[in-house]
Write a protein of this length. Structure first.
Length: 250
């Protein structure tokens, strides 16, 4: 059929119940355009192709998988983008939903790539390494709350939907997996600028063991830094507090 390429982080989903749950989750939000990332052997694709009245595209880097998919699903002709997801241009001119059993070795990069297209991507359903999925959904006050959590949740509501056991894959991965849903937030918290927000969040968590006063002192004047908030650590601040702080930046 096709071979596994560990260098591409490939693990093929084989559990039909899990596959149907993922496809069901994507259909809870209506869409016209759908992009599947990393179709691999077509476990999700075979169901997605049966969703009526949508424009479907898939992006797959592995040439062997591309040829396999063309052979097994002739209707995919002209619908597969043979590139890395991280290198493609936006695949639709109109809004589109994203679904995928994302390659674990680039899953964080995939989320940041989606942020580049956020105004066009209202919903994402993705299976990730569980650690990444939990970080994306983490709330303040937890050890796994960080840059990914804050930046993703500023733009999207993140729901951790369910775990996926190792036995659901061929071969079984050494890490656990989880499925999350991202739903775009149209009315976001006000910030001085999105650039200021990103700079603040990245700077704050770059030295997460330090107090905010020490971690972000280059971004504020001394008077502002006297606020009691700055004796806290970045992981204790809510997204709202980060947003409000941007207006006090130099």
């Amino acid at each position: 059929m096709h071979t596994l390429k560990k260098s591409l982080g490939q693990h093929f989903l084989k559990d039909e119940n899990i596959i149907r749950r993922i496809v069901s989750a994507i259909q809870q939000h209506p869409f016209q355009n759908l992009l599947e990332v990393g179709p691999g052997g077509g476990a999700l694709t075979k169901y997605l192709l049966h969703i009526p009245d949508i424009n479907f595209k898939a992006v797959e880097l592995d040439e062997e998988k591309v040829n396999f998919l063309f052979e097994k699903y002739p209707s995919l002709k002209d619908k597969i983008i043979h590139k890395s997801f991280l290198q493609i241009d936006r695949p639709f001119d109109e809004p589109f939903t994203v679904i995928g059993n994302f390659p674990y070795n680039i899953s964080t990069q995939i989320l940041f790539k989606i942020l580049e297209w956020k105004e066009y991507v209202p919903v994402v359903i993705g299976m990730f390494q569980k650690e990444v999925a939990l970080r994306a959904a983490a709330k303040e006050g937890t050890k796994i709350y960080g840059v990914l959590s804050v930046l993703i949740q500023y733009y999207y509501n993140v729901e951790y939907l369910f775990d996926v056991g190792n036995e659901c894959f061929t071969p079984q991965p050494k890490v656990k997996s989880g499925v999350i849903r991202l739903t775009f937030i149209k009315a976001r918290l006000p910030v001085k600028s999105e650039r200021a927000f990103w700079v603040l969040v990245k700077t704050a968590f770059n030295q997460r063991r330090k107090t905010m006063r020490n971690a972000v002192k280059s971004l504020f004047n001394q008077e502002v830094l006297q606020d009691e908030l700055f004796i806290r650590r970045a992981e204790t601040l809510s997204i709202k507090e980060f947003a409000e702080l941007t207006f006090k930046m130099i």
